[in-house]
Design a protein around this ligand. Sequence first.
Ligand code: ATP
Ligand code: MG
Ligand code: MG
Ligand code: MG
Length: 499
Amino acid sequence: KMMTANEIRDSYLKFFESKGHVIVPSAPIVVKDDPTLMFTNAGMNQWKDIILGTKEPEPRRRTDSQKCLRVSGKHNDLEEVGRDSALSHHTMFEMLGNWSFGDYFKEGAIDYAYEYLVDVLHLDPKDLYVTVFEGDPAEGITRDDEAAGYWAKHFPENHIVNGNKHDNFWEMGDTGPCGPCSEIHIDFRSDEEKAKVPGEQLVNKDHPQVIEIWNIVFMQFNRKADGSLEPLKMHVIDTGLGFERLVRLLQGKNSNYDTDIFTPIIAEIERLSGKKYNHTFPEGPNGEGVNEEEKVDIAIRVVADHLRAVAFAIADGQLPSNAKAGYVIRRILRRAVRYSYTFLGQKQAFMYKLLPVLVREMGEAYPELKAQQELIGRVMKQEEESFLRTLENGIQLLTEDMDEMRAAGKKELDGSKAFRLFDTYGFPLDLTELILGENGFTVDEKQFDAEMAQQKARARNAAAVENGDWVVLRDGEQEFVGYDYTEYECHILRYRKVV
Ligand code: ATP
Ligand code: MG
Ligand code: MG
Ligand code: MG
């Protein structure tokens, strides 16, 4: 019998409870007391003080499912959503975690992970690959033979793969706790494909069917301000197992969106919009859809994903607004509106109608959704309606531009005009192109890109990049210095430390 998502979440928590861990609630997805981090982006965020040694570590074994949001800073997966090669990145997702604060270390963490995946969930160990840190001579760190040795109790050598600093060395920030990690990847290609290329060659290579599921961090060093490493007083185990990815494997699906985490939401989108979800993978070079079916599918995935991000953020008290975290949430909501407007034919508020299904599916695991349902729905609807009015204004402007072009016998819209639509009305280029195309016009993309590049350069100059899981601001308060743009259209907040 196939386990449901809710059963899988429970099985993880129960397993670690049976190993002496205390089940703790998820921290809020919105971070209120840390000027360097807007949203929780990993399970360990809420344990920062324990890890830094300023808070009691008892109980030393804990487990939870943490609501995460990766839309800013070091972890920004916004552009990946709905079109990454494995369809495995979300903005909001759940990270299952188990922690040891000065209790078990590498051997315990490795044995538990193996026991859970293979003995409890019955995943085939032949499909699993683990990575260990290859070492870094410049830092005087050798390969993590210790972890490799413990993995060797469970796996043959060819399933234990070396990984580089980027994938296999975790650092909290410029200073502070850090250490090597081991990640577990799963290969769910067909036997025929497996016979052609051994799985170990595809680990960490963005293959759609060889994906990372679990990061097990061994915090054993402290990085000092001068960049050197010293042993950490208390060893810490920090693990993050991607819930949506795990469910997808256990339910035998090719995409996270085909699990029962998403299918009820997608069914509701289909019912309300009359569009059909086609289960396509985006074939374009940057994960764009190349035809109508793929574009509709991307839009459906984006809406389903962003619904969760916005609902969870509002449930935890972050309303859409014009500044900081509130602005990020507003942009995510608007991004979903644009997709549903452009590709799902939704000219009226739409997303808020999906909320009852989300609450029905997730309200038990996250009661805050149920408790705040009325507020979330009301805020979403208002935001959608006000943005749709902005969109209509932009369309009005574009209509006038097209009238002028007709009068002048021009076929191509100035890039600067397209950029103004983007900047003032939030029109991404593809929406402008879509409307132009329907009327037999094109746009000067080069000029648009040039203006975008200028805008980005202005934003970059304005501030330093948020580049750690959090940034330690030693000299004083942070100052908000404006927005930057990601490749597509979302504003990213920039901070500068006040010296
Ligand atoms: P990836 O390489 O796939 O982007 P990551 O290395 O950035 O993942 P970690 O920071 O190691 O991810 O987080 C631990 C786990 O959380 C990952 O192994 C993965 O299962 C899950 N995860 C990370 N990012 C996402 C996301 N955007 N959506 C869903 N799950 C995610
Ligand atoms: Mg990532
Ligand atoms: Mg990774
Ligand atoms: Mg990882």
